[in-house]
Design a protein around this ligand. Sequence first.
Ligand SMILES: [Mn+2]
Length: 332
Amino acid sequence: MRSFERKVPKLIKEIILNREGYQNLPQIAPLWSAQLEEIQHLFEKIQAHIPNIVYLEQISKHFSDVLIIGDIHGDIMSLLKIIEPFLQEQVESLVFLGDYVDRGRYNFQCLLLIIALSIAWPDRVIILRGNHEDIDINQLFGFYQELEAFFPITHEFSKVIASINEIYNNMSLIAITPNHSICMHAGIPKNITNLHLLNYFPKPHYNFSQNFSNLSKTDKDKVWEAFVQLRWNDPTEVYKFPTARSYHGYFYYNRSEIIRFLKENRQQRIIKSHESLRGGFESLFDSMLLHIFSTEPYDYKIEKAFVIHESPSSQITLRDLNFNQVKILNSQ
Ligand SMILES: [Mn+2]
């Protein structure tokens, strides 16, 4: 078991060490809003040093050996499998691409466990914000109702919602690996090709308008749209029109936009999640875009789920949730 490298609060240790018990709902019930608030503050303190666009090698050297993880959606069994090689020191670091909650049966447990990992190992675990890290979306897809059942007392429940909202607002949007992969939940925003503009959008996310004094109205709108579209847009090889709406109601991006985006940001590929319709894995646009989904089974669309492993030798490997090698994705 990987040791805690620094002093970690008992609560965080308990969540990680008792993780197997998370399959049993009652074990988590004694967690009060005050404890969740403590977790929120620990998370905020760490995230204050991590920008929206994270160049991972600036965080630590551990990210040269990284496991990249797609949508989890409350699937605690998949999550427990995925994090085991990290806890057993078979891989040095983790990047989560978002969508930890909604649709599944153990949303709260998944979110807590992922947050606990990032607090215990801030130099090794980065968690990005997906489109489901949003209280409004949670009201439509199950997490909100799950929390209501956990916290039946009204004033407790409203504190819990406030804490979870703060946690969401402190997640990053993009992580760039030492191996030149741009990791994000969904894709390229329609109006922003240079990611540096997003540095005007600091964390916590709700504060964005207060930090915009140097930007024109047009650029402000672009940055706000990018905040949404990074977590919603989908790639297409079919539609030629970059303004076409995806089935999520946001925008498609195509081959030429991917080429331009990678060139402008001096990176080699996009690694994203978000689309269950594409199954557990798909390589698109001559491997310039790799899609993974890391929960199984899911709406009967995902038969098998995957994660991506980037190693210090620059090899990119598709692995199953038990860390078995499925396929080498780049030739070195
Ligand atoms: Mn999504």
